[in-house]
Design a protein around this ligand. Sequence first.
Ligand code: PEP
Ligand code: MG
Length: 322
Amino acid sequence: EKAELAKLVNEKSVSADGHQVELAANIGTPEDLESVLHNGAEAVGLYRTEFLYMGRTELPTEEEQFESYKKVLEGMEGKTVVVRTLDIGGDKNLPYLDLPEEMNPFLGFRAIRLCLEEQDIFRTQLRALLRASAYGNLKIMFPMIATIDEFREAKQILEEEKQKLVSEGISVAEQIETGIMVEIPSTAVMADLFAKEVDFFSIGTNDLIQYTMAADRMNERVSYLYQPYSPAILRLVKMVIDAAHKEGKWAGMCGEMAGDELAIPLLLGLGLDEFSMSATSVLRARAQIAKLSKQEMENLAKEALQMNNTADVLEAVKKITQ
Ligand code: PEP
Ligand code: MG
């Protein structure tokens, strides 16, 4: 079976009825690239930059960051690399930042909230990214966006840093797509308006599920509520994808759900354009999609959206795919 899958390394990802999607990989460090290329991922759909900041005693310099981003962009040889700006806070703490303890860290001062407040940290990262953009196909993504104003502010800061670099004579890619993670329900609900301003969406289901169901993604006692296949989650996913397409933008997903064998048929049916997952899942997903009919999955998804609960959705998925 492994040999069969290996044949798909340089293939495109196409459904049985000819609908093409993109299968991308999630990475945490430049070292992960080897597996990305080995497993035939078509892009990096999520580069979690937190790891650059963790396990050390001070912030990484602009130069250190630039080197890492450049390495990834060059390594991907012109293929898309979606870099997520710093998503710290929640369960990921940086001791040297000396942030006050919070009652609800997952609902607190994290990710883009921290970056818009601590702008030195944010601007340093953006400069490193902009400089690296000359070496490949960079797209920038902001995490934990809850309001359109946050996106506008982040984009404004990015533009300011870009203008500064240009006036210093440093080369920066002319076009850099700028998108957001959709991992907060308010953003999914407002996706039609966001879609007029962002270049793309990437749905972060790990967080979107916990915020939608109000069930901590680490808490065993409430894990029964953490349901990727729940019609509530599928409806939010649909809203985001439809909103993107209406404005001619693309919608991806970089939460665990994107690589889940039972979710893939539903996501294909809902029209997801890009699936970003652990590199080791890419070939299996490509083989799976090749056997699925997009049109049939559209019907499956349509039915699932009208179901009352997760169990019914799962039963329908299993029936059609096995
Ligand atoms: C997500 O929330 O789905 C996501 C991809 O981000 P993280 O898992 O890093 O929070
Ligand atoms: Mg997240």
